[in-house]
Write a protein of this length. Structure first.
Length: 99
């Protein structure tokens, strides 16, 4: 009985370790793009980024892509995407019915 509980505990700990390692591997390979996005939002839309959600990046054919939803300090929401070699993000307002 004690052996079964110990085995279950070990399995849970191993699962948490593997899940934690996956989360680390999922981090951005180029976090500077969030700085680029923040600067573009500030200069074009007078938006001071409060936080980012739904951050994704990956490979699309031969190009890297980046996308995120950002909330400004004033509460506005925007969706932003960029596919390399483009330097600028395509930024769209995010309405409550759209997002």
């Amino acid at each position: 009985m004690l052996h079964d509980k110990f085995s279950t505990l070990v399995a849970v700990v191993l699962l948490l370790c593997v899940t934690g390692a996956s989360a680390v591997l999922a981090q951005s390979t180029d976090p500077a793009w969030l700085d680029d996005l923040s600067e573009q939002l500030a200069s074009q839309l007078e938006c001071e980024a409060n936080y980012f959600v739904n951050i994704q990046e990956g490979q699309l054919g031969a190009s890297r892509y980046y996308e995120a939803r950002v909330q400004c300090l004033d509460g506005r929401l925007f969706d932003a995407t960029r596919t390399e070699p483009d330097r600028d993000f395509l930024i769209r307002p995010c309405g409550k019915a759209i997002c």
